[in-house]
Design a protein. Structure first.
Length: 308
């Protein structure tokens, strides 16, 4: 008997829920339409961003390098650094891409810097002035200073350190499965970012080349000297391989266009905008509008019932 009453009670409640939803269907539909209008307005005011992709591959693959740990002490006393693997050089290359040292070289391209920080350039004075903040930005800055107790920052014109921050905020570095370095960026300034990536890779490669040339003046002579004095066949073969490898790197440093990393393909730009995702934005707003409409309908019913 109790079970039949419970089933009947549940059935009545379910009918009441559907009846409430049906009675408020126009308001739910209105909420959904209003949410879609908000999404449309948001999408129309959002800047479309495209994905720039650039893939780099190590110039020399990492091979089995002979073990010269026994010579490390002698080499250090002679002021000579034993060579690292190509994988180690490629890792250093990745770190240098977002370094101040690289940014200093990029900063020589004044036209590119002007394009990257175009919002701060003042044509009237022919220099960077930071531009004028709108009322909303000034209000947010005032609230932030009030809450955190921080002082107002003095404007700093573009410099290598600021360029590093710009690169870190706009460019991502990803190492693929096969050791390929993938440089990506989602931006509306595709041409500027492509120029920046090109400058980054060229400057970093040049730095690595210059460092190697400076550090490779004496090693070959040291290796050849050890080759003449070594009696072990295994060590002589290993030294011969090392000398051949170092001579190959010297040739790359002297004549090759790319020293550490070379482009796997030309930089590509997505055919269509990747940000914002219009379908996702519309779907989320439709769901929010539907939920909001249902909540308001049941809230109004609850208020009417309590009044009665």
């Amino acid at each position: 008997m109790d079970k039949s009453n419970n089933l009947q009670f549940d059935e009545i409640d379910l009918k009441a829920v559907f009846a409430t939803l049906w009675a408020g269907k126009f308001f739910v539909i209105f909420s959904i339409v209003f949410a879609v209008l908000i999404a449309s307005s948001t999408l129309r005011g959002t800047v479309r961003e495209f994905t720039v992709t650039y893939k780099l591959n190590p110039v020399t693959k990492e091979n089995n390098t002979p073990n010269f740990s026994r010579y490390s002490g002698i080499a250090s006393l002679a002021g000579i650094q034993l060579p690292t693997s190509s994988g180690g050089e490629f890792y250093i290359y990745q770190q240098l891409l977002t370094s101040v040292e690289t940014s200093k070289k990029i900063f020589k391209n004044k036209e590119l810097i002007k394009r990257l920080f175009s919002s701060e350039w003042n044509d009237n004075v022919g220099n960077y002035s930071g531009g004028k903040k709108d009322k909303k930005s000034e209000l947010l800055s005032s609230i932030k200073r009030f809450l955190t107790g921080s002082e107002e920052r003095v404007y700093m014109p573009p410099n290598p350190r600021r360029l590093v921050e710009y690169i870190s905020a706009n460019i991502n570095l990803i190492v693929g499965v096969n050791g390929i370095l993938i440089i990506t960026s989602e931006t509306s300034k595709t041409e500027d970012i492509m120029l920046l990536i090109n400058e980054m890779t060229n400057a970093t490669d040049a730095i690595m080349r210059e460092k190697y040339k400076l550090s490779s003046k004496n090693p070959l002579a040291f290796y050849k000297k050890k080759l003449n004095s070594s009696r072990s066949r295994e060590h002589r073969e290993a030294l011969a391989q090392l000398i051949a490898k170092e001579e190959q790197k010297l040739m790359l440093a002297a004549s090759s266009k790319y020293f550490v990393a070379e482009p796997l393909m030309e930089p590509t730009v997505s055919l269509y905008p990747t940000t914002p995702n219009a379908k996702m934005v519309l779907m989320v707003h439709i769901i929010y509008g539907f939920i909001f409409g249902i909540l308001v309908v049941f809230l109004l019913k609850f208020l009417r019932r309590n009044k009665l």
